[in-house]
Design a protein around this ligand. Structure first.
Ligand code: ZN
Length: 262
């Protein structure tokens, strides 16, 4: 029933996987809509205790599908872009954060920009040793980072600044050292290690778990989490209509994407 994601339930664990490996799991409009629908499905299914978000193939996700954006949304008005990104990027991401069931991001290969956002709104992150994280859009597109500025909350302020100012990749091992990733395992063991972690968590009483998740997330809300993210979303929208952004786009989105890969 889904085309751009793979959804399956194995025992107490639901798997929601980006399923466009031929496109490095770029997040199309349909993929994001399906991921959000699958999240609802997993929450509604009483058999599901833990939700794993991952990607088929070599990568977690290279981020939003910029080719599709260029084809279908380049002519969007400010109002249309705002509505599109509010729903599919901001609201969908926060729905992962607010999901009453525990979530685990299972990350291999590239976890970039929009993919970085999705992974980091999960409760836990388990990565293979070949995984890397990047949000290069400040440098490549003159965009003010991705729509959800989760970075300082998961990597600390100083590291977030370096990450966004340089656009450099962060390895899985470094991500674990700074506390952004819970565990790093060899690539061949990623699926088994994730299943083991998810099954362990599935043995925790679900209502107590959902309550402690609410309290942990509220400890961020008490520090202004949602207000800061909402403010950044607004600023980010401005960066889509700057002269800098227009010049970058004229220089070619394709070359920008390639620069991001370097
Ligand atoms: Zn945007």
């Amino acid at each position: 029933m889904y085309q751009d994601i793979d959804y399956r339930v194995e025992g107490p664990v639901a798997y929601i996987l980006h399923a466009r490996p031929e496109a490095r799991n770029a997040e199309s409009k349909r993929l994001l809509d399906e991921m959000d629908a699958a999240l609802d499905q997993a929450v509604a299914d009483p058999a599901v205790r833990v939700i794993v978000i991952g990607g088929q193939g070599d990568h977690f996700s290279a981020g939003h599908d910029l080719k599709e954006a260029q084809r279908d949304r380049q002519g969007f008005t400010v109002e249309e872009r705002w509505a599109y990104e509010q729903k599919r990027y901001f609201d969908y991401a926060l729905r992962i954060w607010d999901c009453p069931k525990p979530t685990i991001a299972r990350v291999q290969g590239a976890c970039i920009a929009g993919g970085f956002m999705v992974a980091n709104l999960c409760d836990l992150v388990i990565a293979s040793d070949d995984a890397f994280f990047a949000d290069p859009v400040v440098r490549t597109l003159s965009c003010a980072a991705v729509e959800v500025l989760i970075h300082p909350w998961v990597m600390g302020l100083r590291r977030a600044k370096e990450f966004l100012y340089t656009g450099e990749r962060m390895t899985a091992v470094e991500a674990r050292e700074i506390g952004m990733v819970n565990r790093v395992v060899p690539r061949a063991e990623l699926e088994a290690a994730t299943r083991e972690l998810a099954e362990k968590i599935s043995g925790t009483p679900p209502f107590a778990l959902s309550l402690v998740k609410r309290s942990l997330n509220r400890s961020f809300d008490a520090q202004g989490f949602r207000t800061a993210l909402s403010a950044h979303f607004d600023i980010h929208q401005l960066s889509h209509v700057t002269d800098e952004f227009a010049r970058m786009r004229e220089a070619g989105l394709a070359s920008a994407i390639n620069r991001g890969k370097e």
